[in-house]
Design a binder for this molecule. Structure first.
Ligand SMILES: Nc1ncnc2c1ncn2[C@@H]1O[C@H](COP(=O)(O)OP(=O)(O)OP(=O)(O)O)[C@@H](O)[C@H]1O
Ligand SMILES: [Mg+2]
Length: 298
């Protein structure tokens, strides 16, 4: 694997916004047929990293290589032409436009010639329907607005489009964050398929249950810096979870939860004691407050 040329590589890439250092000295390699999960807390620099890769931002320092060749993209359109397709969570689709229009956006097939040239909607509809059915989504009418699809299906239209137009690198910024379990699994299955088709995939998620099953490697960002890349064999799910949330925060959360449990147990023990018939010799008022609590329903 190490002898292979990475499909996408970052070498000591930094990105500054004025005095804000959003990325500092990031190196990362992603191979064809692999999924790299980008992990890190809010504000760690994940979106900035993928925006730099996809031509939205220019790196301040460092270099990027696509399939071994130096790459610098003036805009996302240039990155797309070079084979880097990025799916942004909210901007991926236009809800009021049809599935077919969204699928082909800007790359509509045409028939005819010269002044008689027009978009070939019949062909476009057929391809859109066919590509969606390849991933198990049965679109009855590809002219229906994308807004009528579920969130997961919409993400799949965006991914299907990238694969159909021959992307070599697929970048997904939190494609599953707003989805339920079933819809997320549709998207995850499709990510796995894109990997099987030989694409290099970069996948951002906050959910370890989404990251772990599809990832081949993880890169952990923290405050704009990289804490390293790890192969999946090298880490456990718990370690990845720790990396995602920040170990220290989880530990303090653990301590807080343990404290909740302890006070819950205490409360239960108290109310159990209050349930016991109180010996008259004690004056019958041993735990009035517990009795009141019970009577009040809490
Ligand atoms: N255009 C910009 N101008 C100035 N600062 C920016 C810009 N874009 C991002 N930043 C800063 O860079 C840092 C990283 O932001 P980024 O959006 O990359 O984080 P993220 O890891 O994607 O977080 P999240 O998980 O919340 O999406 C933040 O401190 C942010 O304020
Ligand atoms: Mg982000």
């Amino acid at each position: 694997m190490t002898t292979q040329t990475p499909m996408i590589e970052m070498r000591s890439v930094s990105k500054h916004f004025g005095s804000v250092i959003a990325l500092s000295d990031i190196s990362m390699q992603v191979y064809a047929g692999e999924v790299m999960c980008l992990l890190g807390d809010n504000g760690a620099g994940k979106s900035t990293l993928i925006k730099t890769l996809s031509g939205v931002h220019q790196p301040t320092h460092g270099e990027m290589l696509l399939d071994g060749e130096p790459a610098r993209f003036k805009s996302p359109a240039y990155a797309l032409d070079a084979g880097i397709a990025t799916v942004f969570q909210d901007l991926a689709m236009v809800p009021l436009m049809s599935i077919t229009r969204n699928f082909f956006m800007g790359r509509e097939p045409t028939v005819g010639w010269g002044p008689f040239k027009r978009i070939d909607w019949k062909y476009a509809d057929r391809i859109a329907k066919q590509e969606m059915s390849k991933i198990g989504i049965d679109v009855r009418d590809p002219s229906q607005p994308v807004g009528t699809l579920s969130g997961g299906e919409r993400q799949c239209v965006a991914i299907a489009r990238a694969v159909y137009f021959g992307a070599k690198v697929l970048i997904l910024d939190e494609p599953t964050s707003a989805l339920g379990v079933k819809q997320a699994s549709v998207v995850l299955r499709y990510i796995a398929k894109a990997r099987a088709d030989g694409l290099a995939v970069i996948f951002i998620t906050h959910n370890v249950h989404h990251a772990f099953p599809v990832a081949d490697a993880f890169t952990l960002l923290s405050r704009g810096g990289s804490l390293g890349s790890f192969r999946k064999e090298e880490v456990t799910r718990e370690e990845v979870l720790n990396m995602m949330a920040g170990g220290a925060e989880l530990e303090s959360l653990d301590a807080e939860l343990a404290e909740f449990q302890r006070s819950d147990r205490e409360k239960k023990a108290n109310s159990a004691a209050a349930d016991q018939p109180t010996p008259k010799a004690d004056g019958g008022n041993v735990d009035e407050s517990a009795e009141k609590r019970l009577a009040g329903g809490y």
